[in-house]
Design a protein around this ligand. Structure first.
Ligand SMILES: [Zn+2]
Length: 348
């Protein structure tokens, strides 16, 4: 994952590259931006650039022993603390719940950091989800930041700076990671991950700037299957009787696992669907359609629904998203959405 593999974070890369060129990288960085924008890849790319045996053109080679071991998370000088993915600096106890970054992990970092690099030039510690540092862990980390060991760089990754103590953020150089343009995600899915143009179009739109999500989705059929199931229900609502509406809401909320996130995704899919109907109605231009693989249905429903009916569906979807944010029960919220999709029977 040298810098050239990181999609679109040109500004961040320029900054990191420049720091190494003038041989004055900061002791601590805070990579801040939405999850899924390549923050981890960028951190690993920076660690490679700092330790690469044959760097060229302002980037790591990606092939030397150091680069390979970093890519395999197997380099003794590049350590990742990522509790969401079970990567720790020292083993955690049996009763550890995984909710916050415990102080013993930072104590281990502190102990390790004062030894010189084992085989590379610079030791790099990457701490994902830095918002989850416990108070004790944050205080312990502060001590390292106040007396930074030589040849050590600590990279904190966070979505926002808000939950972090100012004592910590004030000692970090900020590197902002922006959302990735949809067209760029689409291109990467096709060129690097072998997705078909139809899949890439839809997944890129649904990912809303977070390329990490789109890439994960491209590697499994699950999201597309969920979309197909949901769109089938959504289209059925145009003709369903009341019992059919209740059944559909029940079926879609039967899973207990991460239900609000799942329903949030369904509402996003509904929004993209009605958006397609409106765009087709207005332009009849297939290059602007997101659900490319369902073009026939889009043509049909764009013609069948009058503008005011379509507007009502778009508003109902937006209202459902608001309800989700206000913690309305997912099933109730979907029932309410489905009952607002009143039949346009005359034109079907
Ligand atoms: Zn290399």
């Amino acid at each position: 994952m040298p810098f050239r593999d990181v999609v679109n974070q040109h500004h961040a890369i320029l900054l990191l590259r420049a720091a190494v060129r003038v041989a004055r990288p900061a002791h601590a960085y805070l990579f801040v931006g939405p999850a899924g924008t390549g923050r981890r890849l960028l951190a690993l790319g920076f660690a490679q650039f700092l330790n690469c045996q044959r760097p060229a053109d302002g980037d790591a080679c990606g092939e030397c022993r150091a680069c390979r071991r970093i890519a395999e998370r197997n380099h003794p000088d590049v350590r990742v603390l990522d509790i969401a993915n079970g990567q720790y600096l020292v083993p955690v106890g049996k009763d550890y719940k995984g909710k916050e970054i415990p102080i013993d992990q930072i104590r281990a970092l502190k102990q390790d950091a004062y030894y010189p690099p084992y085989e590379g030039r610079t030791k790099v510690y990457i701490i994902a989800d830095a918002e989850l540092l416990s108070l004790g862990a944050a205080n312990s980390l502060l001590k390292v930041l106040e007396e930074p060991p030589p040849n050590v760089i600590i990279i904190l990754i966070a979505e926002t700076t808000v939950p972090l103590p100012a004592t910590i953020t004030s000692r970090c150089q900020f590197v902002r990671c922006a959302l990735i343009p949809t067209a760029e995600i689409e291109r990467v899915l096709v060129e690097r991950h072998g997705a078909s143009p139809e899949r890439a179009r839809f997944l890129a739109a649904l990912a809303a700037g977070r390329i990490g999500r789109a890439v994960a989705w491209a590697q499994s059929a699950e999201v597309l299957e969920r979309r197909d199931r949901f769109l089938t229900h959504l289209v059925n609502m145009e003709t369903a009787d009341p019992l059919g509406r209740l059944d559909a809401a029940e079926e879609l909320t039967r899973t207990k696992e991460q239900l609000p996130e799942r329903v949030g995704e369904l509402l996003e899919i509904a929004a993209l669907w009605y958006r397609d109907l409106a765009v087709w109605k207005e332009t009849q231009d297939p290059s602007l359609i997101i659900n490319l693989d369902r073009r026939g249905e889009i043509e049909h429903w764009a013609a069948a629904l009058a503008w005011d009916e379509l507007a009502r569906r778009i508003e109902a979807t937006a209202a459902a998203r608001d309800s989700l944010e206000r913690n309305v029960q997912p099933r109730i919220l979907l029932e309410s959405l489905f009952f607002k999709i009143t039949p346009a029977a005359a034109r079907v």
